[in-house]
Write a protein of this length. Structure first.
Length: 574
């Protein structure tokens, strides 16, 4: 379904303060010129706040312990090590309060005092690297002064080093042990295993250090290119590249081999960066690209032509950030074309070169020339989770394409065959994932093929670890029962996870239909939002809408009449 976005008004930022005495105490702790805005300016000034040249490294507990003075202070939060030396004068609670966590893992201390604070946003320019799990013999095998990627940590393949490397892989970023999900129904181990299959692989949570008071809404500087960090590791047969873009940054990633170089194109908030890796040895063209959307980590797995350990990954160049309003058109091939409903096909395509990941809530465009004129249609890809993915891999994009007999492109697209060519551009979209950072309940209102942007949101919200999602409710409008896409998948998910519910509403239901009937109306929406399971409270509920233009405008009008704040809504218009 063609998709475009309906812009929602920008939101004013207000501050929610605690007590007056606490505010006075914080003010007394800060000198003139040490306010939050001054810290942001310092971070953007180009000064190296990491103290290690801005290069990601692995830090052991013994090394961390050495950095415990006001002139040299490091601390760790959730497996990430930060050099807080420069930040001490800017800490609203005073330097002494922050020094309580210096030289050690301060995660517990942080969570006890202010777990809601966005530490990673504020200290992103101070990031030293990852905290290595403690073992008695760490320093025997690793020189803590080494840095990535020039480190010799992976030169030797001795048994001792392999054991340490395996341990580091297991405890990478020192992610907390996964907690049991109280919302998953017990007694079905097979279903429980399936829900785990789309758990985020990392949990680098957003936050920020200090006793700064809670912002009702955060402002993200979209006109400032976000910082990214590069890391790598290897085995005998493969090279793994990790690019960190920041929690909830919703990045896109396109990786491919060009002239024996590995190129990674990363897009965050419209800012594009190209990472060029001139590798020590050659790589196969087959690449696996994935994104952990909660942590913002991009992972590219490349396979070596020759099985051996490399001395280093090669020469890395991270290009300057730029904004490109006309994304490059890429060549794709059709992989599969199968029936989804009576009038909708699931078209599976793959880039002819490399591997691509589309951000949540964003779409691609298909370009086709017919009779000398170019026609363009937009489609939101469907993830492997919602289909039988045994026959597909990470490089494939799945598009739900509804056929309109009098349409221009859909009759052609729904009849494409294996290896047919397509021209594709993107990704496109304005959906900001960070808006869901504190959201625990989400209401999705979709009609027809407008369901496709919602699929990624459902998967993300139910798999997110911090904060744990409480409820996802889908109101799905269609004409008849045979028009409902992914109906079995929704039923399976609802049985597996009590947090998810779906209500089907049909406008032209048969006499055997026992569910809801009719069109979108204020009575239906108000029943959900007023006194129902999705009772509206600003900052805890978010609402997304997608469907035909008339439907989306009607839904938005209803929500406004119910006094739902516009900053709690995102609308995709077809």
């Amino acid at each position: 379904m063609p998709i475009m976005e309906l812009p929602i008004k920008s939101v004013n930022v207000t501050f929610e303060l605690t007590t007056e005495s606490e505010l006075d105490d914080n003010k007394r702790s800060l000198k003139s010129g040490n306010e939050l805005i001054d810290w942001i300016r310092l971070g953007n000034s180009g000064v190296d706040l990491t103290g290690v040249g801005g290069r990601m490294r692995i830090v052991g507990p013994a090394e961390l312990k050495k950095h415990c003075t006001k002139d040299d202070a490091w601390l760790a939060i959730r497996g990430r090590v930060y050099n807080i030396t420069h930040y001490l004068p800017y800490h609203p609670g005073g330097a002494e309060e922050l020094m309580r966590g210096a030289g050690r893992d301060a995660t517990e201390l942080f969570d006890n005092i202010h777990p809601w604070i966005n530490y990673d946003s504020l200290l992103v320019k101070c990031l030293v690297g990852n905290l290595r799990a403690d073992t008695p013999d760490n320093d025997i095998f690793f020189d803590a002064s080494d840095s990535f990627p020039e480190s010799d940590l992976l030169i030797s393949s001795s048994k001792a080093q392999i054991q340490i490397r395996n341990r580091n892989n297991y405890t990478k970023n020192t992610i907390p042990t996964e907690k049991k999900n109280p919302y998953l129904q017990a007694g079905n181990s097979q279903n429980s295993q399936k829900i785990k299959s789309f758990k985020q692989e990392d949990a680098l949570f957003p936050g920020y250090i200090g006793t700064l008071h809670v912002l009702k809404r955060e402002v993200y500087a979209e006109d400032v290119p976000p910082a990214i960090f590069f890391d790598w590791e290897q085995s005998l047969t493969k090279l793994t590249i990790e690019v960190y873009t920041g929690p909830m940054s919703n990045p896109s990633a396109y990786s491919h081999i060009a002239e024996h170089n590995l190129l990674i194109v990363v897009t965050v908030n419209g800012w594009i960066r190209t990472i060029k890796l001139v590798t020590e040895e050659s790589l196969l063209e087959s690449l696996h690209t994935s994104v952990c959307f909660e942590s913002g980590k991009i992972e590219i797995i490349a396979y070596k032509t020759e099985s051996k350990m490399w001395k280093c990954c090669g020469e890395v160049t991270i290009g300057a950030a730029s904004k490109d309003l006309s994304p490059q058109i890429m060549s794709f091939k059709v992989v599969d074309n199968k029936k989804l409903t009576h009038d909708t096909r699931l078209l599976t395509i793959a880039p002819c070169l490399g591997s691509i990941v589309i951000p949540i809530g964003h779409h691609i465009r298909i370009h086709q020339t017919i009779a000398g004129s170019e026609y363009i249609r937009s489609y939101t890809p469907v993830s492997n989770y919602w289909i039988d993915s045994k026959s597909y891999n990470n490089t494939h994009l799945h598009l739900a394409i509804k056929r309109y007999d009098n349409g221009i492109l859909s009759p052609m697209l729904t009849t494409l065959s294996f290896k047919d060519d397509l021209k594709v551009s993107g990704p496109y979209g304005t959906f900001a994932l960070h808006k869901l950072k504190l959201i625990k309940r989400i209401l999705l209102i979709a009609a027809g093929s407008g369901i496709t942007p919602m699929l990624g949101l459902i998967k993300f919200m139910l798999s997110r670890t911090n904060p744990l999602c409480e409820r996802v409710q889908l109101l799905f409008f269609n004409k008849t029962e045979k028009d409902i896409m992914f109906q079995e998948s929704f039923e399976e998910l609802a049985n597996r996870d009590q947090r998810f519910t779906v209500v089907h509403i049909l406008s032209n239901a048969s006499s055997t239909w026992t569910g809801r009937k009719g069109r979108i109306n204020i009575e239906l929406i108000s029943a959900v939002l007023i006194g129902g399971s999705m009772t509206y409270e600003e900052d805890s509920l978010f609402i997304c809408i997608c469907g035909p233009t008339e439907f989306s405008h009607a839904a938005l009008k209803i929500l406004k009449s119910l006094r739902i704040e516009e900053n709690s809504i995102h609308v995709f218009i077809s």
